[in-house]
Design a protein around this ligand. Structure first.
Ligand code: AMP
Length: 282
């Protein structure tokens, strides 16, 4: 496995891989890797001849007052995980390499970025879309692997790639969870022991919503109330949103139908946790 820090080196390696007839897989991350990230690497290594993981904590997607400065980092351990997964190349650029001059060109995605995370973190998805556009530009034609844990992020990135005719196939991968149902996240390290004990309430709230739908409930507000009632059991958590929406548009258009997504965001102390799950209504 090779580790590079410059865009030019990464481009040269990927161009060479494609020239020799290989397909390229891209796994963008912010590091502090866990089994969720590793599952994206497994998928990419299985599907492609050459896999590049990027490790970059992107300042553009953090608002003032969010956890940019304290975001957990451990490059040495990250590289061990990438190597064990059979990754070919890691691009770990500094901020100066990615943003050598103050950026004047940004990418914003409209409707699908507006609700849910977009309401709570208005600058977030423009930061995500901009850095992912840069990574897609660096990587060139490839498959790019993203976690369904960040459901709205997948929707935003997919829409961007479609609208801007980027030569990238966005591949969503299932959420990897701890044994008690908590979705793995680099930010779980922020949880104090008591908060960690209560954090699986997100999974249970999603289950309550899924049960309500399975029992025939089609009113999104009622499903959301069922989810909120479960989260309320966790006295250390503050709900940001609970939502039952159509899976593609991330809004409702009347009674729930076809592909439905349940999404939830809860603040536990320093940790803002998100999770989601979905079902099909016949
Ligand atoms: P991050 O480093 O948090 O920006 O995440 C990098 C990629 O890993 C994103 O596509 C995430 O959706 C994905 N990811 C994060 N947590 C998980 C998880 N528990 N299961 C699957 N994918 C994940």
């Amino acid at each position: 496995m090779e580790v590079v820090t410059t865009i030019a080196e990464a481009r040269a390696r990927l161009d060479a891989a494609r020239r020799s007839g290989g397909t390229v897989g891209l796994v963008p991350t912010m590091g502090y890797l866990h089994e969720g990230h590793a599952s994206l690497m497994t998928a990419s290594v299985a599907d492609n001849d050459f896999t590049m993981v990027t490790i970059f904590v992107n300042p553009l997607q953090f608002a003032a007052g969010e956890d940019l400065a304290s975001y957990p980092r451990d490059l040495e351990r990250d590289l061990e995980i990438c190597s064990a997964e059979g990754v070919d190349l890691v691009l770990a650029p500094g901020v100066d390499e990615m943003y050598p001059t103050p950026i004047e060109t940004t990418v914003t995605v409209d409707a699908v970025a507006r609700p849910l995370e977009g309401r709570s973190r208005p600058e977030h998805f423009a930061g995500v879309a901009t850095v992912v556009a840069k990574l897609f530009s660096i990587a060139g034609p490839c498959r790019a692997y993203f976690g369904a844990k960040d459901w709205q992020q997948v929707a935003v990135v997919r829409r961007m790639a479609h609208d801007l005719s980027m030569p990238v196939e966005v591949v969503p991968c299932p959420t990897v969870r701890e044994h008690d149902g908590l979705a793995m996240s680099s930010r779980n390290v922020y949880l104090a022991a008591e908060e960690r004990a209560q954090a699986p309430v997100l999974r249970r709230a999603l289950d309550a919503g899924l049960v309500a739908i399975a029992e025939g409930e089609r009113d999104a507000a009622v499903v959301e109330s069922a989810m909120a009632a479960v989260v309320a059991e966790a006295d250390l958590g503050t709900v940001d949103y609970v939502a039952a929406v159509q899976a593609d548009a991330l809004i409702t258009d009347g009674p729930l139908h076809d592909e439905v997504r349940l999404l939830i965001a809860v603040q536990f102390g320093k940790a803002r946790l998100i999770d989601n799950d979905g079902c099909h209504i016949d």
